[in-house]
Structure formats: structure tokens, C-alpha cells
Design a protein around this ligand. Structure first.
Ligand code: B16
Ligand code: MG
Length: 218
């Protein structure tokens, strides 16, 4: 999967949760509260399986050990309950929750003339970007509100590339989820991975910090 070192990317598509900001901890807390109420086991290992996965697909994973099947309407209500908890945690975020290394990396990439986009499965993307002071910063935002298939399907990244006016192979995806890295590859894009996906060696580049992006991208 490693491309030539001379690869010139023109656009960088950033996953949001787990890359730009650490809302993954809030997802964990919100799912944990729901799981405790339902009496099903839920831990950080299981939470890792939810990275990049849509809200309803995440619920199915949370309910794996639930003793009886639930009707669609009940599942929608549970997903909504989790989302309300999650949103109340997001409401506590401020621009101070944008990590300094992420901010510095974004500004350095922009100064190099790269086009920058978000490619996130989250329907809460606009709210999160406002909370951390990045509303209007990106050249394109593709998120859970404009896709019909979640990662590992490449739809969210292909739409981001299209919004940037670039071909998939001109874009580099930055991801923390194995499902997200797979989505990038299936869309014909390279992936630079951090966190969980980097540990799993799921990327074209497996980084130990986001600032290493500045070595990968010209
Ligand atoms: P929401 P990403 C993903 O965001 C999260 O990693 C995943 O855990 C979550 O289930 C999904 O968004 C949907 O989020 O419930 O807010 O619509 O990593 O693709 O930025
Ligand atoms: Mg993520």
C-alpha cells in the first residue's frame, strides 16, 4: 500500500472524531451509560470497534449481547437517547479542545496550499466544528448528513474529494479507525493513520503523531 515517497497530494481529507478532536471519549461515555442502563457489557475494547462506524451500526454492536431482538422503533429511540447524552457532552467543548498540534498541522498544511476537507461519519459534525472553533475553516465538509453508506464504504471520502474538485488519488485521508482506513483504500486513496488504526498498521503511512503528516505531505 505504500506509494512512492514523491507522491504529491493536493487535498487532505480529515476524519473528525479521533483525529481532529477527541470526541471518541464522549462517544464511549454516552454508549457506556446506555449499556449500563440496558445491563449489557461495554468496555473500551468494544468502543474501539465503533470508531468511524455509523450510529445505528454502532448500536447493533452495543446490543450484541442483549438477550432479545428489538424492534426498529425501539432501536431508533435508544440511538436517540445515546445521542442526547453525547450532545450534552459535546456542549461542554470549546476551542481549547482543539489540540495545539492539530491546529498547528492544519495551519501549516494550509500555508503549503493544500485543500483541506472533513470526511466524518458523524451527523454531529457541524455542531462539533462550531464548538472547537473550526466552523468555516475547511474547504469542504462531507459527513454523516450527506451519505447513505458509512465507513468502510468509501462514499464519505469520495464525496469530500468531489467537493474539493480533486480526483481520489490526489487526496490523502487521515484516519484513526481501521474502518476509515479501509474506506480510503476502497476509494482509491492513500491513508495516513493515527491512534488505533496506526497501531493496527492499517494505513499507507502509520504515524505516531499528527505532526508527522508534515513529513508525508510536500
Ligand atoms: P454520530 P468519525 C464517527 O465519527 C465516530 O467515530 C463513530 O464512533 C460514530 O458512531 C459516528 O461518527 C457517527 O457519529 O452519532 O455523531 O452521527 O470518526 O467518522 O469522524
Ligand atoms: Mg474517527
Amino acid at each position: 500500500m505504500v506509494k512512492a515517497q514523491t507522491m504529491q497530494y493536493q487535498g487532505i481529507i480529515f476524519d473528525l472524531d479521533g483525529v481532529i478532536c477527541f470526541t471518541d471519549e464522549y462517544h464511549y461515555q454516552a454508549w457506556k451509560r446506555l449499556a449500563d442502563e440496558l445491563g449489557v457489557a461495554f468496555d473500551r475494547e468494544k468502543n474501539n470497534r465503533l470508531r468511524g462506524v455509523s450510529r445505528m451500526a454502532s448500536l447493533d454492536i452495543v446490543l450484541e449481547d442483549y438477550p432479545e431482538p428489538l424492534a426498529e422503533a425501539e432501536k431508533l429511540a435508544l440511538a436517540e437517547q445515546k445521542n442526547e447524552t453525547y450532545k450534552s457532552l459535546l456542549a461542554t467543548m470549546t476551542p481549547a479542545d482543539l489540540p495545539e498540534d492539530v491546529k498547528a498541522t492544519l495551519l501549516a498544511l494550509r500555508a503549503r496550499g493544500l485543500r483541506l476537507a472533513i470526511g466524518s461519519s458523524s451527523k454531529n459534525t457541524p455542531f462539533i466544528l462550531r464548538q472547537i472553533g473550526l466552523d468555516g475553516f475547511f474547504d469542504a465538509v462531507s459527513d454523516g448528513n450527506n451519505i447513505s453508506k458509512s465507513k468502510p464504504d468509501p462514499e464519505v471520502f469520495l464525496k469530500a474529494a468531489q467537493m474539493l474538485g480533486l480526483e481520489p488519488e490526489q487526496c490523502l485521508v487521515v484516519e484513526d479507525a481501521v474502518a476509515g482506513a479501509e474506506a480510503a483504500h476502497r476509494g482509491g486513496m492513500d491513508a495516513a493513520c493515527v491512534g488505533d488504526a496506526s497501531q493496527a498498521k492499517a494505513g499507507t503511512y502509520n504515524l505516531s503523531s499528527i505532526t508527522e503528516l508534515l513529513n508525508v505531505v510536500k
